[in-house]
Design a protein around this ligand. Structure first.
Ligand code: ZN
Length: 239
């Protein structure tokens, strides 16, 4: 459907995260795209009323703000590629504590939706990079937290004149390391060379709109190409 980026740096902000920016974009765009599966229409409410059929995919576990915004938007679930050990698993906490919301489908059947999106670590859907990123992040943190073991003491960044020294083990620093980049690059290679084991398989009994595995892959490749080439759509100056 759509994508967005973190724009903290652009806005000199700490809250312009990708998930919340994306949810706000979807609310502003959903009435335009009839084919988007954004949940059952509820009588005379706007189609964007609920994102209860929508799964978000993100590189990093969501923070309190984004979990809250996704919860208010009724997002079904969020698949994330890496833990953020500074967010205290807030998404899981919200999922466990939020009240279930009862909805009535177009055919009159009632169902209970979670009051917050279900957090799905990517390892649960077979993405090995989830554990690799977490392990590399731990290694990075423990290296910076145990400076006595190395001489000179390790740092994430030291300016040429030595005047600026950053040894904070933050997740954003980790994501700038060669180790993190290698894991992402290997993931890209895997994706580029991927072919489904059962190309013609479609999830059974889920209606005519369900895509076969090979069609899903085709769409995913097209989406990434679109995000790459038209990446400026995530930039505020183009909106
Ligand atoms: Zn966030």
């Amino acid at each position: 459907m759509d994508f967005d980026f973190n724009h903290n740096d652009f806005f000199r902000s700490t809250v312009e995260h990708a998930e919340s920016r994306l949810v706000r974009r979807l609310f502003s765009l959903t009435p335009i795209y009839d084919s988007w599966k954004t949940g059952q229409r509820i009588d005379d409410r706007s189609k964007a009323f609920s994102l209860s059929d929508v799964t978000l995919y993100t590189s990093l576990e969501s923070c309190a703000q984004c979990s809250g915004i996704m919860s208010l938007a009724g997002v079904k679930q969020i698949v994330y590629l890496q833990n953020d050990f500074t967010t205290y698993m807030i998404g899981n906490i919200m999922y466990n504590l939020a009240n279930q919301v009862e909805t009535t489908g177009a055919d009159g059947t009632k169902k209970k939706l979670p009051g917050a999106p279900m957090p799905v670590p990517a390892a649960k859907v077979g993405v090995a990079e989830f554990d690799r990123l977490n392990e590399a992040n731990f290694a990075f943190c423990s290296m910076l937290r145990n400076p006595d073991k190395l001489d000179p003491p390790p740092a994430f960044f030291i300016s040429e004149d030595g005047g600026v020294r950053d040894a904070s083990p933050s997740i954003t620093s980790f994501l700038c390391t060669d180790d993190a980049r290698d894991i992402f690059e290997q993931g890209v290679k895997k994706f580029d060379g991927f072919s489904p084991r059962y190309p013609k398989f479609r999830f059974p009994d889920a209606g005519p709109d369900v895509l076969s595995n090979e069609k899903c892959l085709e769409e995913a490749i097209a989406f990434y190409k679109y995000a790459d080439v038209d990446g400026y759509r995530g930039s505020p100056h183009k909106l």
